[in-house]
Design a protein around this ligand. Structure first.
Ligand SMILES: C[C@](O)(C(=O)O)[C@H](CC(=O)O)C(=O)O
Ligand SMILES: [Mg+2]
Length: 297
């Protein structure tokens, strides 16, 4: 009721334990706090907070327009409503090393369990678009070192993302990943891997946990959870999956409503009022005040 019962510190420990467990941690992207509750109910291990989704939610493209306070504010709203650890997309850290340091602290304050910082130039763009560029590896290393030094809770996970594979090739991405791990990154996010061979090469080169981004309609082959687990990937994100599903369902529903003049034929496709109230824990609020829950079917 009102918010999750576990503290940010507990969620961070859970995240660390999951990364060390040897089993694949699955983090779908939540597009709001309510969808994070759904992810938790469905038995996933964590929640991803995507920059692409946050931008799209505001009606904006994913080209570095959002600010650190917008990201931290949304992260806080989502993180507080779930018992699961949340991993936040912190883009480039919203500037250079000192900005990255401040970003860590704001996201710690927001109750996130971890974040990832990427090596794109500012302003960044979606990692699956052409024409992106990366900064020199030593600048990215400075961002990561600043982030690691700024962390107050040692369990807060700092992931380093490299966008170099699609820009300079896989070998440079591997060299950068190693340098970022040496700089203190807890987890490596190699962006725009083409398929299993790319992930296998990353896995072989690194001792730290690695993340797979299974985003649709991009540059990566969609690999199933078992395949990723067999390669030794530790964490998979499905960043935009829920937003894409929800938006398509909304579009189809609006078309049917306009065509038919009623939503009567759509009821079976809707989350029932009863299901929504269950997800919102109405009964707990009722235990607090018995006049709150007066819905019966
Ligand atoms: C993971 C990502 O950074 C995100 O913001 O969710 C995006 C996802 C996408 O645009 O499909 C990315 O891969 O750049
Ligand atoms: Mg992003």
């Amino acid at each position: 009721m009102l918010q999750a019962t576990s503290t940010p510190a507990e969620k961070r420990r859970k995240f660390r334990a999951g990364l060390e467990s040897g089993s694949l941690q699955r983090f779908p992207g939540a597009f709001n706090p309510l969808s994070a509750k759904l992810i938790e109910r469905q038995g996933f291990e964590g929640v991803y907070i995507s920059g692409a989704v946050l931008s799209a939610d505001l009606g904006l493209p994913d080209i570095g327009l959002t600010s650190v306070t917008e990201v931290a504010g949304r992260s806080q709203q989502i993180a507080r409503m779930t018992e699961l650890p949340t991993l936040v997309d912190a883009d480039t850290g919203f500037g250079e090393p000192m900005n990255a340091a401040r970003t860590v602290q704001l996201l710690e304050d927001a109750g996130a369990a971890g974040m990832h910082l990427e090596d794109q130039v500012n302003p960044k763009r979606c990692g699956h678009l052409d024409g992106k560029d990366v900064v020199e590896a030593d600048i990215a290393v400075r961002r990561i070192k600043a982030a690691v030094a700024a962390r107050r809770d040692p369990d807060f996970v700092i992931a380093a993302r490299t966008d170099a594979a699609a820009v300079n090739g896989l070998d440079d991405a591997i060299d950068r990943a190693k340098a970022y791990a040496d700089a203190g990154a807890d987890l490596i996010f190699p962006e725009a891997m083409r398929g299993p061979a790319d992930f296998e090469a990353m896995r072989a080169a690194l001792d730290v946990p690695i993340l797979a981004n299974m985003t649709e309609f991009g540059k990566s082959e969609l690999l199933d959870a078992q395949t990723l687990a067999d390669i030794g990937v530790n964490l998979v994100i499905y960043p935009v999956t829920l937003l894409r599903l929800a938006m398509k369902a909304a579009e189809n529903g609006l078309r049917a409503l306009a065509d038919q003049g009623t939503q009567q034929g759509l009821l079976d496709e809707m989350q029932h009022r009863r299901e929504l109230y269950d997800l919102l824990d109405y009964s707990d609020y009722n235990a607090f005040d018995e006049n709150v829950f007066n819905f019966r079917v």
